[in-house]
Design a protein around this ligand. Structure first.
Ligand code: CP
Ligand code: NVA
Length: 333
């Protein structure tokens, strides 16, 4: 590891804070940890250490990935659920950060504003990892990049189209990593759901030296033509009010990922989604929306989700290997 990629003591809050070399280093480390796990070679060099996992929003993948990765590395975990901690209610972020720094070697935080995780990191004396905020989902990005790299053998030059709500954590984060890694990012949705202008300009400055590109288009056919990756996410994110469902379904239905979109992208294109996904009626919310609006699927059709082009479960597994890399690199041995 050279100086450029020594990440010991660093926070992991958003990928705007990392260089392409540092991101590539984390991906290489994750790939190595994945291979070792498959071969049954233990990497438990963080034995005796502990991490705190704060979740102010619910989770399946991120929580499981942090817990399994921490245990594999030899660490203990303490899970603080959305109702079970005093954070922000009875105790300030600054005080919580200093209390937890005395007991843990790292702190994961999933919650609302990015400002909260940034403040936590400011006061914590140990690395803080962003497990999802309204604005960014950086651990998901490493899993997505690893999955793309495993499938296509490279990142540079890959063309990725994101359909749906591109102004939230997933759209923002994908635009940032595409820019950093010299990929071509297209937000394909109505103008209302384009990423925020300031972040778009920041990413355009980055692509000027990485060789990628940023395109924003309302034209679903042009936006998804000849793409390597078609990516989408739920139309209503955690923490958003129930009332927005109706307008989201109306406004984003033209950007559903279906067979026509995948055919337009090309037969070598893959489908990706951070999950959870509404691709059928086998969830409480999916069934309720199905009844209310007379639909059977939302952001992606069941046909595409279950097709051979779908990489969603590889992506989900890679959450664990990449989160393990982040903890190992930032806590350090
Ligand atoms: N993709 C993702 O973050 O999933 P969870 O909400 O289940 O953690
Ligand atoms: N945009 C989604 C991502 C879930 C992983 C949400 O914030 O709920």
């Amino acid at each position: 590891m050279d100086k450029k990629t020594d990440l010991k003591g660093r926070d992991f809050l958003k990928l705007l804070d990392f260089t392409p070399e540092e991101i590539a280093y984390l991906l290489d480390l994750a790939a190595d940890l994945k291979e070792k796990k498959k071969k049954g070679i233990p990497v438990d060099t963080l034995r005796g250490k502990n991490v705190a996992l704060i979740f102010e929003k619910t989770s399946t993948r991120t929580r499981c990935a942090f817990e399994v990765a921490a245990h594999d590395l030899g660490m203990g975990t303490t899970y603080l659920d959305p109702a079970g901690s005093q954070i922000g209610k009875k105790e300030s972020i600054a005080d919580t950060a200093r209390v937890l720094s005395g007991m843990f070697e790292g702190i994961e935080y999933r919650g609302f504003g990015q400002d909260i995780v940034e403040e936590l990191a400011k006061y914590a004396k140990v690395p803080v990892w962003n497990g999802l905020t309204n604005e960014f989902h950086p651990t998901q990005m490493l899993a997505d990049l690893l999955t793309v790299r495993e499938h296509f053998g490279r990142l540079k030059g890959i063309r990725l189209a994101y359909m749906g709500d591109a102004r939230y954590n997933m759209g923002n984060s994908l635009m940032v990593v595409c820019a950093k890694m010299g990929m071509h990012f297209t937000a394909c949705t109505t103008e209302k759901y384009f990423p925020e202008a300031g972040l778009v300009s920041q990413c355009r400055e980055i692509v000027a030296w990485t060789g990628g590109s940023i395109t924003l288009t309302e034209d679903a056919a042009a936006g998804t033509k000849d793409k390597d990756v078609i990516y989408t996410d739920v139309w209503v994110s955690m923490g958003e009010p129930d009332e927005v469902w109706e307008e989201r379904i109306r406004e984003l239905s033209p950007y559903q990922v279906n067979r026509a979109v995948m055919e337009n992208a090309g037969e070598k294109a893959v489908f990706m989604h951070c999950l959870p996904a509404f691709h059928d009626l086998h969830t409480k919310i999916g069934a309720r929306m199905g009844e209310r609006f007379g639909i059977t699927e939302m952001e992606v059709t069941d046909e595409v989700f279950e097709s051979g082009q779908s990489l969603v479960f590889e992506e989900a597994e890679n959450r664990m290997h990449t989160i393990k890399a982040v903890m190992l690199a930032t806590i350090g041995e």
